[in-house]
Design a protein around this ligand. Structure first.
Ligand SMILES: Cc1cc2nc3c(=O)[nH]c(=O)nc-3n(C[C@H](O)[C@H](O)[C@H](O)COP(=O)(O)O)c2cc1C
Length: 139
């Protein structure tokens, strides 16, 4: 069963650009070996990540991600079975969103911070829209 998962979290205060590169390097190697795909967004020391993959593989990785000391206050926004992947070619895309990007997001979705993303019954349509928007118009 193929699932998609979205969470948001706060980066640890010590996290540097090198840490981000390190996270992405390891993530891409692991994800490509384990048929995991997705996209990681970063703004104002907050992460939002979408991950797609087989249910068990996805949950095992998420358990490790949740224990990672480079971020905290991890909040699951969305967990849903899917028929096919939205990002089949991305082992882990990455985008740091700047103030201008956030302005476009505010205009389209009404949120100016990742902290404002919430979940209703384990689904978060607005989080899905965020990735759709970023990947369509900002990447
Ligand atoms: C925001 C964030 C996103 C991450 N995304 C992934 C990912 O997509 N795939 C991955 O293998 N590791 C990812 N990691 C790294 C894992 O948390 C963890 O360090 C890695 O799986 C190695 O686990 P281990 O130290 O228990 O061996 C991420 C870490 C952070 C902080």
């Amino acid at each position: 069963m193929l699932f998609e998962l979205i969470y948001r979290s706060e980066a640890d205060t010590n996290v540097s650009d090198d840490d981000l590169l390190n996270i992405l390097g390891k993530a891409r190697r692991f994800n490509s070996k384990n048929e995991l795909t997705g996209c990681l967004l970063y703004n104002d020391r907050h992460f939002v990540q979408i991950l797609e993959g087989e249910f068990n593989t996805l949950n095992e990785l998420y358990a490790r991600i949740r224990k990672d000391s480079r971020h905290h206050n991890i909040i699951t926004l969305h967990m849903k079975e899917i028929a096919s992947r939205a990002y089949p070619d991305w082992t882990m895309a990455f985008k740091a969103l700047e103030a201008d990007d956030m302005k476009s997001i505010k205009n389209a979705l009404g949120i100016s911070q990742f902290k404002e993303l919430n979940s209703i019954n384990e689904e978060s349509p607005i989080s899905k829209q965020l990735f759709w928007m970023v990947t369509q118009s900002i990447f």
